[in-house]
Design a protein around this ligand. Structure first.
Ligand code: SAH
Ligand code: SF4
Ligand code: F3S
Length: 535
């Protein structure tokens, strides 16, 4: 553990932390930052002035890794000029490719896989201590912690899961959020889709104890968080058997468990804990019902396999659970889905979409697609295009297949689709998706929607006519004065992005916005009069 590290030796140290990859990494970075801040480290936005530079990395596609490789390369001369600087690689790349990285880039001092992030403060401390040799010279110490690649058994993984400490150590302070927060419910993934590195980098699927999740959500809400997004690679597979909980050193340890039947759950008002097994539907219901001040409850990502009606019913009955589902389908061809080991057919996926439309007619859906998976034909591509038209996702994240080391796909199949073909197929699907997105967005024009305000991008406009500033309205010179309008960006409950003018004080709040324009990626609107009054 990290208890022996005092703030004395860290109080003057500055840290730059850059995050790549998925929301899981965003959360991990927040938790690592919280731990380091508690020890006296100060975070800076400029890597050039930092004593410690950390990259939290992603391995999901080669392109994601290349971005980090080139940054690490750029830091070579910076490290030569500033030998005291510590460079650390955290996350999935450190886990997947750590040794190779240090071999190629000896300027990397520290590696830490996603399963060991609670140890980052200790690793930095060790690196600092060993970085300078007896004669004051600098040497590269190369401190590394990886875990998941040396795969443990499921039981051992659960028993030794000290990473729970990272989530439990979360610092709850109003300054740590803009009204929104991620909460992990499941770590790792067991699904072994043939193209995917995540089971290798994040390890086995481990579900967190529901009480830990609930308490974390409760504390966040008490600190003013209004929107919580529950995170897992396959959130709908969350389940926790309270009867078989093992307790190790006073801490409930997560269980690795079986998949429940898709239609489990009463679908009624309060299915919580009816048989000692907490399902995803139970968890959603509990968080919603017992945290009435939580304005929005979201979750990502759902696996299209075993998505039960019990979950849909719980959402239907609870207005503050967002009507938004991220359901990555990957392909519209049964043949390709089978090669990918996704565990569902196109027909089953369509059935899920039909059930979602039946239970939640106002829901927005999004998906992920991989084009150019080995052996993919034009016919397969046509089937994917047809599925896009059927499902009417509000957006699709479309990726070109990237062969990843140590996956089943790279060992079994040749990457036989050329980059040009992948690119063309990608563009074809993007064009179809843009039409559908535009159509969905057009349907919102003229409507007023609640928007959770997330961020600000300041733009300067020429002042026109009356403004609140008297110097602007007096005389022609003054009317040329530039005033700042602030453009805000936020999301609807269905996850549609909305831009509008307003004050940055609205960040973290939900306001009503009247939509007056629609583009494929963004809606534009203005604050309603009522929202302006409360501004
Ligand atoms: N757990 C989620 C996905 C996590 S990875 C799920 O099962 O759907 C995020 C997305 O990256 C995937 O949905 C997939 O579309 C894409 N992806 C993963 N591995 C990839 C690869 N090797 N090449 C291209 N895209 C990939
Ligand atoms: Fe990867 Fe499949 Fe797990 Fe998603 S479900 S993280 S795609 S192995
Ligand atoms: Fe990337 Fe790891 Fe997330 S590989 S997508 S950062 S789980």
């Amino acid at each position: 553990m990290t208890m022996n590290i005092t703030s004395e030796n860290t109080s003057t140290k500055t840290v730059y932390l850059k995050t790549f990859g998925c929301q899981m990494n965003v959360l991990d970075s927040d938790l690592v930052q919280g731990q380091l801040e508690a020890m006296g480290y100060r975070f800076v936005d400029d890597w050039e002035v930092a004593d410690v530079i950390l990259y939290n990395t992603c391995s999901v596609r080669e392109h994601a890794e290349n971005k980090v490789w080139s940054r690490v390369g750029e830091l070579k001369s910076h490290k030569e000029k500033n030998p005291h600087v510590i460079l650390g690689i955290l996350g999935c790349m450190a886990e997947r490719d750590g040794k190779d990285m240090v071999r190629k880039h000896p300027q990397v001092d520290l590696l830490c896989g996603p399963g060991e992030l609670d140890q980052v403060p200790m690793l930095i401390d060790n690196t600092m201590k060993t970085h300078i040799d007896d004669r004051g010279g600098v040497r590269n110490a190369h401190v590394a912690l990886q875990g998941n690649t040396h795969r443990r058994s499921a039981t051992y993984s659960a028993a030794a899961d000290n990473l729970e400490n990272l989530d439990l150590s979360r610092s709850f302070s109003a300054s740590n959020h803009d009204g929104a927060a991620y909460v992990r419910i499941t770590r790792g993934c067991n699904k072994f889709c043939t193209y995917c590195v995540v089971p290798n980098t994040r390890g086995r699927e481990v579900h967190r104890h529901p009480d830990h999740i609930f308490e974390e959500c409760k504390k966040l809400v008490e600190q003013g968080v209004r929107e919580i997004t529950l995170l897992g690679q396959t959130v709908n597979h969350y389940h926790y058997d309270l009867n078989s909980t093992v307790t190790i050193e006073g801490v409930h340890q997560p269980q690795v468990g079986q998949i429940l039947s898709p239609n489990r759950g009463t679908g009624g008002a309060s299915p919580i804990f009816s048989d000692g097994v907490v399902s995803f539907a139970d968890l959603l219901a509990r968080i919603h019902d017992d945290l009435p001040n939580l304005e929005r409850l979201r979750f990502i990502t759902s696996l299209p396999r075993d998505f039960g009606n019990d979950i849909l019913q719980v959402i239907k009955d609870r207005p503050r659970i967002c009507r938004y589902l991220h359901l990555p389908v990957q392909s519209g061809s049964n043949r390709v889905l089978k090669l990918m080991n996704r565990g569902y057919t196109v027909e089953e996926f369509k059935d899920l979409i039909d059930r979602v439309r039946e239970y939640l007619p106002d829901a927005e859906l999004a998906t992920d697609i991989i084009v150019g998976f080995p052996t993919e034909t034009e016919e397969d591509q046509k089937e994917t295009a047809e599925l896009l038209r059927y499902c009417k996702f509000k957006n699709s994240f479309i990726f070109k297949y990237s062969p990843r080391p140590d996956t089943v796909a790279i060992t079994r199949f040749e990457d036989d689709i050329s980059n040009e073909t992948k690119k063309r197929r990608n563009n074809e699907l993007l064009a179809i998706q843009a039409e559908i997105s535009q159509e969905i967005h057009d349907g919102y024009v003229g409507k007023t929607v609640p928007v959770f305000v997330e961020s600000v991008s300041t733009k300067t406009k020429k002042a026109q006519g009356n403004t609140a500033d008297p110097s602007v309205t007096l005389g022609w010179e003054a009317s040329e004065t530039e005033v700042e309008f602030t453009q805000l960006a936020g999301r609807t409950a269905g996850d549609l992005i909305v831009c509008f003018d307003g004050s940055s004080e609205l960040i973290g709040q939900t306001v009503d916005v009247e939509i007056d324009k629609a583009a494929p990626l963004t809606l534009f609107g203005k604050l309603t009069e009522a929202a302006k009054v409360s501004e």
